[in-house]
Design a binder for this molecule. Sequence first.
Ligand code: NDP
Length: 419
Amino acid sequence: MSRLLIIGCGGVASVAINKCCQNSEVFDEIMIASRTVSKCDALKAKLEGKTNTKITTAKVDADNVAELVALINSYKPDAVLNVALPYQDLTIMDACLECGVDYIDTANYEPEDTDDPNWRAIYEKRCKELGFSAYFDYSWQWAYQEKFEKAGLTGLLGTGFDPGVTSVFAAYAKKHYYDEIHTIDILDCNGGDHGYPFATNFNPEINLREVSAPGSYMENGKWVEIPAMSIKREYDFEGVGMKDMYLLHHEEIEALGRNMPEVKRIRFFMTFGQSYLTHMKCLENVGMLSTTPVKFNGVDIVPIQFLKELLPDPASLGPRTVGKTNIGCIFTGIKDGKERSIYIYNICDHQECYKEVESQAISYTTGVPAMIGAMMVVSGQWKKAGVYTTDEFDPDPYMEALNKWGLPWKVQENPVLVP
Ligand code: NDP
């Protein structure tokens, strides 16, 4: 029995909240708190009567530590699940520390204002020292290690699908399938079709920042950076078919690179259709992906935020998206002196997700692991003082929970490898 404070009420949050309500034995009370409280109230009204979980709602500005502290102290949750935006990671972690409450999120920190000179100085130093230039990285949250340790609190970072489940797959492969892992290729295939010429499957601002950044991978402990979308491969995905996929920088490469230094190469690929790439390139070329404000009729406008207003709300894609996702990791390495390769993966159907929780599969594949991560922490199965990614705990109870809560996985021996 536990009480969870959930911050954010967007696409991912609504799945996580639905799943907590299905799991009333663990989450007997939840509070949904977000910037726009009417969204929290609407979701509460939809779920009440269909769940034994007691739901309350609140308005909170998660950029404001004092407001968060007041809310946490009044609700007294066992843990806080941050499914707002990566911009709020540090303020919510600060508030959790001040109140003595465990913290869980699905994406690592990035600043909203990338022109902030204080942030930029640290960022540019990191680019030079480490060799990758994405705006998001773990250094900001790993810096909380000592504070969380001293406070005896658990900070579980990045429990979505990727990162999140993919890193649990890596820990599971290491525990049960390998003596030595040599390479990890993380594949994220979305075969869904929403019928729009251009839309993003999760928050457009965060999504476009991620995919327009230079790609990078880790080889022999060092980052190799490449121009955005410059490495392309084709892969035949079960349940989806042949797709083009592109090498991207991604969070779990950083965490796995640090925590499994024996792995010689870690890469991440995501599928994109030509229409998506053409739209993104045009928008980038005309400056619409910029985070730097421009004056328009005397008002400051951030182009990428304005673009977000024009694009379909990812939460509205659910009813119209058909097709499947196939996300997983291909491992190569050695077991009992012999070479071994496996693919651990999940296939998820957009319409099945919609029938169950009125969301498309991208929100579903993120929201379910967010609930599972919170369950691991509040049930004490994943509890250790400090801040950790999902590859740093026993993968077995999490893998069991994936099967139980809607994301069943399979292991394929000898998959086709990615050149
Ligand atoms: P949405 O934009 O749909 O939802 C974000 C929510 O956060 C909204 O309810 C928004 O409120 C709220 N919010 C934003 N700023 C604040 C604030 N200052 N104070 C309080 N609430 C705030 O995003 P998604 O649901 O698509 O994504 C949520 C998170 O999931 C992101 O961090 C994203 O990076 C992560 N993610 C992780 C994935 C993974 O596999 N690991 C995959 C996909 C997403 P309002 O309604 O007012 O806008």
